[in-house]
Design a protein. Sequence first.
Lengths: 128, 128, 128, 128, 128, 128
Amino acid sequence: MGERFDKGLAVRKQVLGEAPVAQRVSSAQGELNADLQQYLTEFAWGDIWSRRQLSLRDRSLATIAMLAAQNRPTELKTHIGGAINNGMTMEEVAEVFLHAAVYCGFPAAMTCMRLAREVAAAREGAPG
Amino acid sequence: MGERFDKGLAVRKQVLGEAPVAQRVSSAQGELNADLQQYLTEFAWGDIWSRRQLSLRDRSLATIAMLAAQNRPTELKTHIGGAINNGMTMEEVAEVFLHAAVYCGFPAAMTCMRLAREVAAAREGAPG
Amino acid sequence: MGERFDKGLAVRKQVLGEAPVAQRVSSAQGELNADLQQYLTEFAWGDIWSRRQLSLRDRSLATIAMLAAQNRPTELKTHIGGAINNGMTMEEVAEVFLHAAVYCGFPAAMTCMRLAREVAAAREGAPG
Amino acid sequence: MGERFDKGLAVRKQVLGEAPVAQRVSSAQGELNADLQQYLTEFAWGDIWSRRQLSLRDRSLATIAMLAAQNRPTELKTHIGGAINNGMTMEEVAEVFLHAAVYCGFPAAMTCMRLAREVAAAREGAPG
Amino acid sequence: MGERFDKGLAVRKQVLGEAPVAQRVSSAQGELNADLQQYLTEFAWGDIWSRRQLSLRDRSLATIAMLAAQNRPTELKTHIGGAINNGMTMEEVAEVFLHAAVYCGFPAAMTCMRLAREVAAAREGAPG
Amino acid sequence: MGERFDKGLAVRKQVLGEAPVAQRVSSAQGELNADLQQYLTEFAWGDIWSRRQLSLRDRSLATIAMLAAQNRPTELKTHIGGAINNGMTMEEVAEVFLHAAVYCGFPAAMTCMRLAREVAAAREGAPG
């Protein structure tokens, strides 16, 4: 679809995994959200995540911190996986959510910690 | 006031600067917010910021990301300064706010960028 | 119950459908939320939605935009249906959520788009 | 303007003070927000604040807690004054904001505490 | 684990019930959120909830008001139960959520009312 | 800078005015937020605002509704002006904020109404 899309799709797959990204992009074709998926890949991933001013690990850390503050569980679970792929340990991810108790309150921290446990359990249960 | 307070005060001064922290703590004595200042030092700084599971730079990055999402300008300006003290460059701080355009929307990103410029201008104008 | 209630109930049924509104109002009788349902009908629908300064389509557009920004999935699904009844196409509804990527961030846009697809699928599956 | 308006205006003046409420209502006449002021008096004060299921002090406590969580400084300052008029001490108001450190995070608590100090200072400086 | 933990655990059990608190604390051991549970008990319950400047009923009222404004359903259901244990009636809890229609909007009020009905139904169905 | 930038700059100037947009873009050069201004023009205006699936008036209506819900005063004032340029009357803008009383609460509605009055006063005071 063009250079920005291709560059964005490559970073998006690197961070979130080849299979789930391919599935989301293809299932969106002909659908209401096809254009949203395209802008997401081009702008969010092709323009912003591709910039070199922050490492991918720094971007993952900023992303899960922003999603923790905003109360967005589906996207947070996706990006917990992305943070692990970008070099954070699950203990560091959990530590970000503990840190959120100070800046967003304990309810936010506890919601995020539940999601982190679900992601950790799903990854342990997955075949090697 | 105890070990947690002392440890917290040390980290708080390391991150936010000796003079402004001393000023805030002392001006709070006998005031409505004296207890809040004490819990802030003991819990936020003595318990959480003092943990070694994340670097101080990582904690600053998480903090400004959470404050950007929450629309808290006064605290964000304080922690932009803290992020610089913890090893981030002003360009990296600005990049976090650019990243926020994707996850919190452009109005959040633009508000934060204005605050970053104010902090940058104040630091350039300060005596060496 | 009075003129404001009657006027509000009529607009509410026009926008959200006869059967679901009748069901919600009657099931609330004798319950904790009976008074809330009455105020909702009188104030939200009888006072505000009944005003002529904006068309019903404009009010639906404002409503789904506000609910998208606030992360309120149950009410958003109700009002996606209301927007269709007030003359928006499903493509226009989806376009509002694409627009939300700019002003509320991509996570908000993606959450809303999922809900729009659910409403669209439910309406297609419903008997004619 | 009717029974609900009169009842609401009486409660509103009881809680927020005779002079400031009279000023706000009269200055709104012929203005953009005249209708908003009317609905505020009729619905918020005439319908809801006038109900006897919670004491006025309980309603003030709930109001400042909700405004603390929402980051609405102008309305929060108005309702800190209302809480004092409804029987809370300034120390109890400050304690609600300390409590907010747990449920909304320290930045919310610190912002609210600053506003409480401003209201306390203004009241001390006012003629007896 | 120390005096703050013991004091906090006692208040936490008094408000939220012996069995559920014991279950949450023990199930967290060795897990990602063990430290979060400890800070929650020490700081939120041992430091803040244990203070005498507000009654337990006032703290419950402030807590459900803050959680209503923040859209945190899991924690809100927990604290609806706590509010009942601290002397609020279910009708008073529902009245707080009706009050939220004024300060947080009707969608917030309706979401909270649904949760209150679920808690009320669960308590009625529980063995005596 | 490319086709998307040029198209976006044209729409942005059409909606927000030639002079203020030129000023913002040029003052950002060589500054921290130069890249943010570029993405704003390319993505927000060149990609999204340029789409034909919603009229410019509909996009302005959605934008002020989203900003009202999010509590973003600076951007809201900018887009109140944009809404007028896109064919809304000031009375319709105020009606959107009255509508916000239902969906976001009265504090949000009152904050927005104050901003609308400021914009209206500034426009009346401006030379013809």
